[in-house]
Design a protein around this ligand. Structure first.
Ligand SMILES: [Zn+2]
Length: 300
């Protein structure tokens, strides 16, 4: 029961951070500050009152239009908020049901679970933001992927736990060299895989395939998810991208003016980073089951 309260709380936190993400998604690509000016309509500049700026609810109450100029506020706004809320609460639920054997347990466990939840929210937020940025602008900014790689490495190498233990108990760092090696190897291998594909593609086609942003995103996944789930994310991403391209290809009508460019666009430039992010989310939440399914299917 307590778990549900935590999940509901995480949902509200997700809505708020989703709202903040919408600001980033609209302003970063335009090179604007995310702090100044305050929330305003992007068509007429009307400054939003507090009640026009409540995640999800305001969009519903205003029926997706600006109160002043009636410009349409895209469905992306409530969708991002809802998506963030849903994933934050699902992730919190997953961590808490796995890692809290004793509700009245040690202080240490509570703090460590709390930190894990915060870190997971950070990871999920970054993935969702990258998903939309790549889909809307073909852009996977370094400001998200590079810190993502560093924080992920801190976490999975055990460095973060060590610092934590040191701060709390003044005990010396107890680092497992294998954890560190594993974290760095999967990070570099994941990034390197994309670089290799990029190189091969260039040698064969004499043009750029996957971007450097994709390589950094993969490295970030390697740092957070380990090599198995990262590979799974990659495979899922490719399948999803291929499925999407096929749908566009068959749906496109050549006589339809502008739409005739769509299939060509689909084959030329797909926001692969977006599909990779979806693959990573699936891999994080269902990776264990999917990998087990695969291994039993091939007879392990
Ligand atoms: Zn307006």
């Amino acid at each position: 029961m307590e778990l549900l309260y935590f999940a509901a709380f995480a949902f509200v936190i997700g809505l708020l951070f989703g709202s903040f993400m919408n600001v980033c998604l609209s302003r970063w690509p335009a090179g604007e500050s995310i702090v100044k000016p305050g929330s305003h309509c992007r068509s007429c500049g009307h400054v939003l009152r507090w009640w026009e700026n409540i995640p999800l609810l305001s969009w519903i109450v205003l029926r997706g239009r600006c109160r002043k100029c009636k410009a349409v506020i895209g469905w992306r706004y409530p969708a991002v908020e809802l998506f963030c809320g849903f994933l934050f609460s699902t992730g919190t639920y997953k961590i808490m049901s796995n890692q809290l054997p004793d509700w009245h347990g040690l202080h240490f466990i509570w703090i460590s679970v709390f930190i894990k939840c915060v870190l997971l929210m950070y990871f999920l937020w970054t993935l969702i933001a990258l998903l939309f940025l790549d889909a809307e602008n073909f852009w996977l900014p370094d400001r998200l992927t590079i810190p993502g790689i560093i924080i992920g490495l801190f976490l999975t190498s055990g460095l973060l736990d060590s610092i934590f233990v040191f701060l709390l108990y003044r005990e010396p760092f107890d680092l497992d060299r294998r954890d560190i090696t594993k974290a760095f190897l999967s990070t570099f291998a994941a990034g390197g895989l994309v670089l290799l594909i990029r190189l091969l593609y260039y040698l064969v086609r004499k043009q750029e395939g996957m971007g450097l942003g994709d390589a950094k995103l993969m490295a970030m996944l390697g740092a957070w998810l380990g090599w198995q789930r990262t590979l799974l994310s990659f495979v899922l991403g490719i399948f999803l991208a291929a499925a999407f391209a096929l749908v566009l290809l068959f749906r496109g009508n050549p006589d339809d003016g502008d739409d005739s460019t769509k299939p060509a666009w689909a084959l030329k430039q797909l926001p692969f980073g977006s599909f990779l992010c979806i693959g990573a989310l699936l891999s994080y939440f269902f990776g264990g089951k999917l990998i087990a399914l695969y291994l039993s299917a091939v007879g392990f």
